[in-house]
Design a protein around this ligand. Structure first.
Ligand code: SF4
Length: 240
């Protein structure tokens, strides 16, 4: 069923991707909202890219749909930022939680699963709750950018998400880190203070480290492990 839906959408997605390739991210957000209404939502980790997108979505609609995956292991600064979004923009981001609490996960799979099997931990705490959320949507918005990883270099503004069976919209795909921060300064967008403390990419506490100046911005995610993505976005080796 998901596969058939994806095949039916293929022509439209390719056309939208071509038409929107040169569009401004703000215009892409407005297009997403006018095209999909309340069937499109931003998946936010409250990273700096997502904060820009929240700001842009609010300019497109007073009631944007924004959700986040609360693994139970986010930084206190991230939870505080979720509250700051509500205060600044006047809507409460939707919190999606895993089926198992951390205590139940430890009972079933052992304590600190992220150290022994981070893929299983990410699957239960991020990918499965995301899949549940996406079942009720026609499209989702993400903050991925082409210059973040070799795999993301091939991302398009509008794509078919074959894994979850819906449309994926990446308004910032052409932007650089510099453009993201320029937008933050220009519009006084709130952001996670950890970004100023050596954390360019912020996930769960046990799997996120600060990086040194000049390091790959995602080097602090699952440091010392052969893992670069949680399974939400395609990853691994760059496509041929
Ligand atoms: S990032 Fe780490 S702690 Fe968070 S869900 Fe994945 S493995 Fe678990």
């Amino acid at each position: 069923m998901v596969h058939q839906r994806a095949i039916n959408l293929q022509g439209s997605v390719a056309q939208w991707a071509d038409e929107l390739e040169a569009a401004d991210p703000q215009a892409i957000c407005a297009w997403a909202v006018s095209t999909f209404g309340d069937k499109v939502a931003l998946a936010s980790s409250f990273g700096v890219e997502d904060m820009c997108l929240i700001d842009m979505l609010v300019r497109a609609t007073p009631t944007p749909r924004v959700f986040y995956l609360d693994t139970g292991l986010l930084f206190p600064e991230t939870y505080a930022l979720a509250d700051a979004v509500a205060a600044r923009y006047g809507f409460v981001p939707e919190r999606r939680r895993p089926a198992l609490t951390l205590a139940r996960q430890a009972e079933h799979y052992g304590d600190r699963l992220w150290e022994r099997d981070p893929d299983a931990c990410c699957r239960m705490r991020k990918v499965e709750p995301l899949g549940q959320m996406l079942k009720g949507l026609d499209a989702w918005i993400t903050g991925i950018r082409r210059d973040q990883t070799p795999f993301r270099a091939g991302a398009r503004v509008v794509e078919l998400d074959g894994k979850f069976g819906l449309i994926k919209i990446n308004p910032l795909v052409r932007w650089t880190t510099g453009q993201v921060w320029r937008y933050v300064r220009q519009h006084r967008v709130p952001y996670n203070p950890l970004h100023d403390q050596g954390y360019p990419s912020i996930g769960c506490v046990p799997c996120t480290r600060p990086v040194r100046l000049g390091d790959d911005p995602r080097a602090g995610r699952w440091a010392n492990l052969d893992k670069t993505e949680c399974g939400i976005h395609p990853g691994g080796a760059p496509p041929a």
